[in-house]
Design a protein around this ligand. Structure first.
Ligand code: HAM
Length: 422
């Protein structure tokens, strides 16, 4: 038998219902923040992804050569594609440009719960501004987006790559050293980080202070360690303004400063952030984002850019883990002809109700009433309409409420009015 490829999944109707429900919910939040939707192709020229990250990224991609000999890749994320589209078609649009998207992404990851080779992201990019209000709003949007889905337990962690660079500078760490240290910081592997810092000839005192600053959530402490770096002080002041707006204007008070948030992708700079759902355990990162630079690399006129992406599949998993009740797939009405001579009328009623936007189906297996009622129940039908010859003589049908089991005789002309009230 054939099976789905490793790391991919089918979504059957009950699962699609949940996905569409979540997508609608998220689209509503994005649009409420003034964002417009964008869609880009599933595959891009391979170079779009190697331009910043180098050839080594190819190991993590689904890349291929097409029949015309072009090197292509299934997108691993949507930031580079959206910025490519911006440079190609939208540079003249009024700023700021606020774009959101849903899209499947492909990464040659090792599959496990919450980690797939094909997965969906919901994300956004804001182009043309990096004021404190912009970054504060971006953080607020990411947090609100996930909160609005119904998730109860999420953690927003905020880091800053400019400050990380200042820390590296203070410890006189070379670029090559940083490449080894950053992944250890990213994974919060502080014991290994200590050993690596010793290998880089950093003094024990500085190692202790560095680890302390990486794990503190107090800007004051970070400030005092970087007291002799005026650029770092300016960046910290900017960060304080952003956090002040987040807290007092956007009314989001639940966040932590966490300098160990350094993000895996190569294009970030300045403020970066992640949102976790602790309920998910190992693959708990729901969202990641921050400010980044890609426009000049793609040949556009430089303007500031920031954004984030949410792992759609992980958000669903987190909601399920928290016991969220998704509305089931349902029918407004199910029509049962009492016998086959009633078939035409049953179908006519079905069609009529459908024109009123009422989700309606009818028995197509010519089953008895008992079995049809069972099927209607399994399909979560709110009402059942029994079409029988006696009632039809008076232009009426029997309307059964599936929740209460009560039945009433209803004139044919009134059915759609009755059902609209569901
Ligand atoms: P990212 O952190 O690589 O950022 O991905 C964003 C989210 O996608 C992750 O937090 C995670 O929830 C989800 N995700 C990543 N890989 C997988 C996977 N293999 N299976 C399931 N879910 C996964 C980005 O992609 C950036 N483009 C975000 C961004 C937008 N930065 C600025 N603008």
């Amino acid at each position: 038998m054939f099976q789905v490829p490793r790391g991919t999944r089918d979504f059957i109707p009950d699962e699609m219902q949940k996905r569409r429900f979540l997508e609608t919910n998220m689209a509503r939040t994005f649009t409420s923040f003034g964002y417009g939707e964008i869609q880009t192709p599933t595959f891009e020229n391979l170079e779009l992804f190697t331009a910043k990250s180098g050839e080594s990224i190819i190991n993590e991609l689904y890349s291929f050569t097409d029949k015309g000999g072009r090197a292509l890749a299934l997108r691993p994320e949507l930031t580079a594609p959206v910025i490519r589209c911006y440079v190609e078609r939208m540079q003249m649009e009024p700023k700021p440009l606020k774009l959101f998207y849903f899209g499947n992404c492909y990464r040659y990851d090792r599959p496990q719960k919450g980690r797939y080779r094909e997965f969906q992201q919901a994300g956004c990019e804001i182009i043309g501004t990096d004021t404190s209000e912009t970054i504060a709003e971006l953080l607020a949007l990411a947090y609100t987006l996930l909160r609005n889905t119904g998730l109860k337990n999420i953690q927003l962690n905020i880091g800053n790559l400019t400050i990380i660079s200042a820390l590296f500078k203070k410890l006189h760490l070379l670029k090559e050293d940083q490449k080894i240290l950053l992944p250890l910081i990213d994974k919060s592997q502080f014991d290994d980080l200590k050993i690596a810092l010793r290998d880089c000839n950093v003094s024990e005192d500085n190692i202790e202070s560095f680890l302390d600053v990486l794990q503190t959530s107090e800007i004051k402490k970070i400030r005092s360690f970087l007291a002799d770096d005026p650029d770092a002080q300016t960046e910290l002041t900017a960060m304080e303004t952003i956090l002040d707006l987040l807290k007092n204007a956007f009314q989001i008070k639940e966040y932590l400063i966490k300098l160990s948030i350094v993000r895996g992708l190569d294009y970030y700079k300045g403020l970066v952030f992640e949102i976790d759902a602790p309920v998910l355990g190992a693959e708990k990162q729901l969202c990641g984002g921050g400010s980044y630079d890609l426009i000049p690399l793609f040949g556009g006129t430089d303007v500031p850019t920031s954004g984030f992406a949410v792992g759609f599949d992980r958000t669903l998993l987190a909601l399920e883990e928290e016991g969220f009740h998704f509305p089931p797939t349902r029918l407004d009405a199910f029509i049962i002809p009492i016998n086959q001579t009633m078939n035409t009328t049953a179908i006519q009623i079905t069609q009529e109700l459908r024109t009123h936007g009422i989700a309606t189906d009818f028995d197509q297996l010519r089953r008895g009433i008992g079995k049809s009622l069972k099927y209607a129940d399994a399909k979560h039908a709110e009402k059942v309409i029994l079409v029988g010859p006696k009632e039809l003589e008076n232009n009426t049908v029997t309307l059964r409420d599936m929740k209460t089991g009560t039945q009433e005789i209803v004139p044919l002309t009134d059915i759609h009015v009755k059902l609209k009230k569901i």
